[in-house]
Design a protein around this ligand. Structure first.
Ligand code: DLL
Length: 434
């Protein structure tokens, strides 16, 4: 498979580190000189841009969290006047005002290069017909991927999210070869196709570029099987750019990170100290080339591990492990720390459970109540009562053995858990909502 930008994607790692240092020094000076927030934070720590002499000196810099962007809403973190900004996107906060991000003309060009790189890593080439099923709008997913794919010269169908039947029609009539969307939407497409008698595996569709939310290996296998494709993962976040931050190549041993445009750290979330290569920690990202919104040490809250060993594909860019959990995903239920992904792993060990579930946490009196609603295969659902009770018990025992908590397991009818074209919500914590 051809490499989109061999100069940077196969760069000698020492040269890459030099490039990163040059760019880091430039970015820090740019942010310090133009964004009052960074100047204040750095002055408070007694750090000036000239203190950055090595890549490790990034640790002298303050970390940035979502709250910085929220407190300066909407444009307070911009390093250029709004006239220089040619595009604005935002990420929907679950509560209150969104996070607003901006791009100069050059930022858009970089972004396009990086999403072209991600698409190319997944094997998309000029001859491909690519159907984009992300929301086009303030979300970075749709437009971000769109321009990169266009730059490759592939044919883009900007179908957007929703209208699943139209997606299926286009897939059949236009000869779509690649699908871009969230993994949960891919699964939903498979479901609707099966219901409508559309045999996707017999269509030309061959690859999926999925991102925007985590997915388990089990879910990925399921998507591959039901759509008859190879599924690839790509990662990004609005605050530092959008999609294009990292993407899997055909080897699928982690996502190549755009290290020429970002400096990545993996830190122990409780101490802020770097972890050893290969160990899991929180991903912290510093942008190296952003003009409109330079970001210093952004705490992503995403947990991953980095591998800098060369990849068989020939790229030298380090790879990050697929993100399954976020530090802020953790639920504390009856004093036990649980990640939803652990419950998901437990569920998938039981035969007959569909990859659709909902974790509902509530408090009745002083007690936390953990309910896990799961969709099961038709055969199980239509079984006799006693079998269903036994099945439910088996699932509860599995959850107990994996996470150490008793859960109330509720079987629900196939298709009854809400499907979305965007990011799926797997947890409702009513304790936080009250
Ligand atoms: O989701 C950008 C994006 C769009 C990436 C399309 C890839 C494809 P936000 O809405 O700001 O931006 O959400 C960013 O989503 O911090 C992760 O927690 C999660 N996330 C994104 N991609 C992945 C992935 C976009 N491939 C947040 N695996 C991030 C796991 C992901 N989590």
């Amino acid at each position: 498979m051809p490499i989109w930008d061999p100069e940077h994607e196969t760069m000698d790692r020492e040269k890459l580190a030099n490039l990163q240092l040059d760019r880091l020094r430039y970015t820090v000076a740019w942010a310090y000189g133009r964004v009052p927030y960074y100047r204040e934070q750095m002055d408070r720590r007694g750090v000036t841009p000239s203190d950055i002499r090595s890549l490790d000196d990034v640790r002298l810099l303050p970390m940035t969290d979502k709250s910085a962007l929220r407190d300066t809403y909407p444009f307070g973190m911009f390093a250029v006047p709004v006239e220089e900004v040619v595009r604005v996107h935002s990420s929907s906060g679950t509560t209150g005002k969104p996070i607003v991000v901006g791009y100069t003309r050059r930022d858009l060009d970089t972004w396009t290069e990086l999403t072209a790189r991600v698409a190319s890593e997944a094997g998309v080439a000029k001859a491909d017909r690519v159907q984009v099923g992300f929301l086009y709008g303030m979300f970075t997913g749709g437009w971000g991927m769109h321009y990169g794919i266009e730059r490759i010269g592939a044919t883009v169908f900007p179908a957007g999210s929703g209208n699943t039947e139209r997606h299926l029609m286009m897939m059949q009539d236009f000869g779509t070869t690649a699908l871009v969307c969230t993994p949960s939407y891919a699964l939903y497409l498979a479901e609707v196709a099966e219901k409508n008698g559309v045999d996707i595996p017999s269509l030309p569709l061959r690859v999926g570029l999925f991102g925007g939310e985590p997915s388990s290996d089990r879910m990925r296998d399921e998507i591959e099987r039901r759509l008859g494709i190879i599924a690839t993962d790509n990662y990004g976040l609005s605050e530092v750019m959008g999609p294009g931050v990292a993407g899997e190549c055909e080897c699928r041993r982690g996502l190549h990170m755009a290290e020429d445009h970002f400096l990545f750290e993996v830190l122990d979330p409780s101490t802020g100290e770097p972890v050893e290569e290969g160990e899991e920690g929180e991903l912290v990202i510093t942008t190296l080339t952003k003009e409109a919104l330079p970001v210093l040490r952004y705490r992503t809250h995403d947990l991953t591990a980095i591998d800098t060993a060369p990849c068989e594909c020939g790229r030298t860019l380090a790879r990050m492990r697929r993100v399954r959990t976020r530090t802020d995903d953790m639920l504390i239920i009856r004093g036990v720390n649980v990640f939803p992904s652990q419950i998901e792993d437990a569920l998938f060990q039981v035969e007959g459970i569909e990859p659709h579930y909902l974790i509902v946490v509530d408090r009745t009196g002083a007690m936390d109540d953990l309910e896990v609603r799961i969709e099961v295969a038709e055969e199980i659902f239509s079984d006799v009562m006693a079998d269903m009770v036994a099945f439910t018990r088996r699932v509860a025992e599995k959850i107990h053995s994996v996470v150490g908590l008793r859960a109330r397991v509720t079987l629900v009818e196939p298709g009854s858990i809400e499907r979305t074209a965007g990011k799926t919500r797997y947890v409702i914590d009513k304790r936080r909502e009250n």
